[in-house]
Design a protein around this ligand. Structure first.
Ligand code: TXA
Ligand code: MG
Length: 314
């Protein structure tokens, strides 16, 4: 933690654990540090990053909170919720973080990462700690394997408990729009907001992370399979197996007992492990769509999308 703090204070980047996934963090007020993040990730473009804070005081110095956003912060922070808010002029955040938008994505995380933000006394910009287009790292080992040659330090906080990225929402005229499903299920947000989430994306891409080809393992991914071939690896869910499972090249179960929270926490590490098995295809059993299932299915659909080079986020 001391080394991490020294590197961050000097404008360098460090991979840090949060409750969702590991983040590739740099001082959000330091343009050189933010540029290093893009460099280390190999991002094809400067997409807006999430600014991570350690307190409401820090958050309110950066963005204006409407009443609903305030309520969501009270309910879900610290936690796996990111809110897109209107950005205050004198926030100190370097413009590279917001990519020139007048809004800013803010999140108050849990874990060792949060302790580093508090100790530094400045917000950290942090995309997920993975090379552009790759699966987000949920263990220090996975992050080191992917980015280890390009960054000086990974703070090892063990496996991240949520296992996939934060939910991103934005308040529009008192209604809540879902920009990216994630660690907080839509149902929980709707219960607090008192209305259904707006879901249809507006014209233009508001969260570039919503690009189709994303979170891609090396192997092809086949979804909602009813049977698996012997040359395929199987990503299973729940107690019952699809036809052919006993002959599959490799099998990993997201959650034997059919628990979506456990499944989310295993998603990226299991995809990575099945990828390493050498199978050309990963077949995925159907996963229910409620609760965290929405975010799991969203990430899997991106992993299965046709590969091309138009993915502009990571
Ligand atoms: O759980 C998480 O959210 C992780 C951990 C490290 O906090 N971070 C993460 O960051 O997933 P990243 O950069 O991989 O994804 C951030 C998403 C991108 O899709 C980006 O386009 C969107 O947030 N975003 C950032 N600022 C935005 C803004 N002002 N308006 C709309 N979308 C924004
Ligand atoms: Mg990412």
């Amino acid at each position: 933690m001391e080394r991490a703090l020294a590197l961050l204070a000097a404008g360098d980047v460090v991979a840090i654990p949060t409750e969702t996934v590991y983040g590739l963090a740099g001082d959000a007020t330091n343009g050189e540090a933010v540029a290093r993040i893009f460099e280390a990730k190999g991002r094809p473009r400067f997409n807006p990053l999430i600014a991570h804070v350690a307190s409401m005081e820090m958050a309110e110095a950066i963005a204006d909170f409407d009443p609903l956003s305030q309520k969501l912060a009270e309910k879900f922070w610290p936690g796996p919720l990111t809110m897109v808010l209107s950005h205050r002029a004198a926030s100190g955040i370097h413009p590279l973080v917001t990519a020139g938008l007048d809004t800013i994505a803010l999140r108050m995380p849990k874990g060792l990462g949060a302790q580093l933000i508090a100790a530094l006394g400045r917000p950290l910009a942090a995309p997920s700690a993975n090379t552009s287009g790759k699966i987000s790292g949920t263990t220090a080992e996975a992050v080191a394997a992917d980015l280890g040659s390009r960054i000086k330090l990974v703070v090892d906080g063990g496996a991240t408990p949520v296992g996939l990225e934060s939910t991103i929402v934005k308040v529009e005229d008192g209604r809540l729009r879902l920009l990216r499903p994630g660690g907080v299920p839509a149902e929980e947000l709707e219960a607090v907001a008192g209305t259904k989430l707006l879901r249809n994306a507006k014209a233009g891409i508001e969260a570039p992370g919503m690009m189709a080809s994303h979170y891609a393992p090396g192997a092809a991914v086949r979804l909602n399979v009813l049977d698996v071939a012997p040359y395929e690896a199987l990503l299973a869910f729940g107690p019952k197996r699809v036809a052919g499972a006993e002959a599959a090249a490799a099998v990993l179960n997201l959650s034997e007992r059919g628990d979506l929270r456990e499944a989310a926490s295993n998603l990226f590490s299991h995809l990575q492990a099945l990828d390493r098995s050498g199978a050309k295809t990963i077949a995925v059993e159907p996963i229910p769509h409620h609760g965290l299932g929405e975010a799991i299915n969203d990430r899997l659909a991106r992993a299965a999308a046709p590969r091309d080079n138009i993915s502009i986020d990571s």
